[in-house]
Design a protein. Structure first.
Length: 199
């Protein structure tokens, strides 16, 4: 899998363009929070055809550039239905637990509903590549905030215990902020996650 990371804004939010060698010129954009022009230029430079814009949750530092990219490419916007009413623009496809978005003939993105940071937060697992895009659910060293408008500490605890903790050590997370890390590393250095799992 080819992963290109874009960092933007005061919060150093991560957005990604992902593609697979076998998929030819197809790709998805995940969480384009800032600088939509950079994404559009990258698509043109690499001659990529955009299959969709996937939003892991509704916060502006992750969705800010999505509508401009949609207008320029006509690519559909994907977001979980529980976050859709907090997004300022139309959503083309509602994400639900268990949905699979095809990336190539051999790889899909499995939608995992992980509420806690927001009610509709999702993670996107590429099982064969052992890669997961986690938005603001879990980072390398901590977890997403649960004290914002529609956050829930209780929901975050459930998401960590019953979803994230099931991921093998070999999975590499690509979070909404900060650097990627393997789950093996997360299980050593992420104290907030460990406190929930061990509690």
């Amino acid at each position: 899998m080819k992963i290109e990371r874009f960092i933007g804004g005061l919060l150093d939010s991560n957005g990604y363009v992902i593609s697979a060698k076998e998929s030819g010129d197809y790709c998805y954009i995940i969480d384009p929070g800032y600088n939509p022009k950079r994404y559009l230029e990258y698509l043109e430079e690499k001659d990529l055809q955009l299959k969709g814009i996937i939003l892991t949750h509704h916060h502006s530092d992750h969705v800010g550039g999505a509508w401009r990219i949609h207008q320029e490419t006509d690519a559909p916007i994907f977001l979980h239905i529980n976050d859709a009413d907090k997004y300022d623009y139309p959503v083309d496809e509602y994400l639900e637990e268990g949905d699979r978005l095809p990336l190539s003939n051999w790889e899909t993105l499995l939608v995992l509903h992980t509420p806690g940071h927001t009610q509709g937060s999702v993670c996107l697992m590429a099982e064969r590549s052992k890669v997961c895009f986690t938005g603001d659910t879990i980072f390398n060293v901590d977890l997403g905030r649960t004290d914002l408008e529609d956050g829930s500490e209780r929901a975050m605890n459930r998401s960590c215990k019953y979803v994230v903790n099931a991921w093998p050590n070999e999975v590499t997370i690509y979070p909404g902020h900060g650097d990627p890390a393997t789950m093996k590393e997360v299980r050593k250095i992420n104290r907030e996650f460990l406190d929930i799992i061990e509690g």
